[in-house]
Design a protein around this ligand. Sequence first.
Ligand code: CAA
Length: 264
Amino acid sequence: MADFETLTFESADGIVTVTVNRPQKLNALNEQVQRELWAAAQRLGPDGDLAGAAVVILTGAGGKAFVAGADIKAMIDMTAIQGRDFSALGHRAFDAIEALPMPVIAAVDGFALGGGLELAMSADFIYASQASRFGQPEVNLGVIPGYGGTQRLARLVGPAKARELIYTGEMIDAAEALRIGLVAQVFPTEGFMAAVRERAALIAKRGALAVTSAKRVINAGLDVPIERGCEMERQAFGLLFGTEDRREGMSAFLERRDPQFKGR
Ligand code: CAA
């Protein structure tokens, strides 16, 4: 297993929490963090030592920021080619996170700006504390979002709102982020991580095969015509009838008891 210097891992009750840990730089994403995020996705992927996780929580250390963006100091002297490669490194890491089989929740408590918001958007959804702030401020630096923000933000909140956020570079608060559908829920800042863990535990209790199947179909269907997405849904729905969890879930309902899912 690779050594990690900018990420920490905590595993409990099927929930793995991955924390970006560069608080003195508001967890800004330099090359090392991006490489380690990719390596983290390998640990959580099908062949990794953390593959058994039911849910992943992705967060930032220090209490002030989730991630304040790509590391501006690291970018200051880059050539065009280096800029493109730096962007590609982020894309590779975030694509790997997005492709993880289990749900990934971004827990944002503080600033999620630029590459930080792009990282959060590569998760399945975002939970935010009331104290959080979101934005794509890249135009203030003479660049554009470079880790998928032009694509994922437009898909998440619609092209008009994405354009407004990206062209102005302005920050929005958690309430506005909830209103536009950027975040799935906002929790009080006090006790935020406990609230996120409670939601993660709820998902972890569900049938893992059904949850991962739903994730696969939702993601695969986002960029294809709806008829193809619905066909994928029919196939995946049918396949689940071959699982023990499907029989257990339906039997438990009919027997008026809680299901005991085994992931088989
Ligand atoms: N890159 C490098 N360092 C950063 C950083 C970043 N994105 N964001 C914050 N830091 C560093 C600061 O330089 C500072 O370090 P020093 O103490 O060594 O000077 C430390 O983190 C604390 O930051 P501040 O003193 O600025 O804290 P603040 O409370 O006054 O302000 C903030 C907080 C509003 C988030 C401000 O730090 C800020 O605006 N950060 C930059 C946000 C930004 O522009 N992000 C987009 C980056 S570009 C990008 O992400 C491109 C892409 O899509 C690929």
